[in-house]
Design a protein around this ligand. Structure first.
Ligand code: ADP
Length: 275
């Protein structure tokens, strides 16, 4: 059962101003207020509230099991199919209640990239990228070709695959497959991209490519990324949220979180005292 209110978004509330990347005049894209999430008797999220400004990268960090993925998935309504899951609170996209929208529209506007690259195994590189477009009814070959090329370029994969678009998507390396999945997500023109540990299964060179890509993509998209890798959070994000045991302990400009965190728990985590 989903119990979401239609409460309107509040204003963006981070006041600290330590990095030029943080622009507090930005519009709020996603706003969470009082989110609680339960799987049966387990409460995975406890009263989570925070705003994600548009065209920013928001990193979600914290030890395993603290609710990072659960929070990310709640934005995309991915728990709806999980038996005995329940969410309460308010979650909005551009001020509109995500849980009152058509789920298909939500997933078009909010794309998701998973930890393990998951190209459709029976499809070519081209068809993998075109899959979402075709599902949305795009049939025109020229339009499909244009969007596939644009998405592969945006995902920094075009030069590597432009001569082998009919090859299977799973013939690519792990890092290329992840960029293919990002191209597939971009093809349907989402506004928000949720990334759940998108580089944790990749080698360092592929990881660096994904990080560069995230930096480029934030010019057009709002990106929330769950990562175990604190250096990665520090490198790619504008804002960082630290979760611990289902609670949001601290949320601030990334530079502040990693240099002068306000809470002792955050400091202990980022200095490796637990985790
Ligand atoms: P993290 O991403 O920080 O490692 P998760 O969000 O995956 O943590 O998990 C938070 C808590 O919710 C854990 O106790 C986990 O066991 C529980 N949980 C997550 N997904 C499910 C699920 N589908 N069914 C039951 N419990 C779940």
């Amino acid at each position: 059962m989903v119990e979401f209110s239609t409460k309107k978004e509040s204003s963006f509330s981070i006041l600290s101003d330590m990095t030029p990347a943080a622009d507090h005049t930005k519009k709020i894209k996603i706003n969470a207020e009082g989110i609680n999430c339960y799987f049966g008797k387990v409460q995975a999220l406890k009263n989570i509230s925070f705003a994600m400004p548009e065209h920013s990268v928001i990193a979600i960090i914290g030890p395993s099991g603290c609710g990072k993925s659960t929070f990310l998935r709640s934005i995309n309504r991915m728990h709806e199919l999980v038996p005995e899951s329940k969410i309460t609170g308010s979650l909005t996209l551009d001020g509109s209640d995500i849980y009152a929208m058509d789920a298909v529209v939500v997933r078009k506007r909010i794309g998701m990239v998973f930890q393990k690259p998951n190209p459709f195994p029976t499809m070519s590189i081209f068809d993998n990228v075109a899959a979402g477009l075709r599902m949305n009814g795009v049939r025109d070959k020229k339009q499909l070709t244009e969007i596939v090329e644009k998405s592969l370029k945006q995902a920094a994969l075009w030069n590597e695959v432009k001569d082998s678009l009919s090859k299977s998507g799973v013939s690519l390396s792990g890092g290329q497959q992840q960029r293919l999945c990002i191209a597939r997500t971009l093809a349907v023109s989402p506004e928000v991209i949720l990334m759940d540990e998108p580089a944790s299964a990749l080698d360092p060179i592929s990881t660096a490519k994904i990080e560069e890509l995230i930096y480029e993509l934030k010019k057009e998209y709002t990106i929330a990324i769950v990562t175990h890798n604190m250096q990665q959070a520090a490198r790619v994000s504008d804002y960082t949220a630290f979760f611990y045991m289902g609670e949001l302990i601290e949320y601030d400009v990334t530079k502040k979180i990693f240099t002068v965190p306000a809470k002792k728990q955050t400091e202990d985590y980022i200095t490796g005292r637990f985790g």
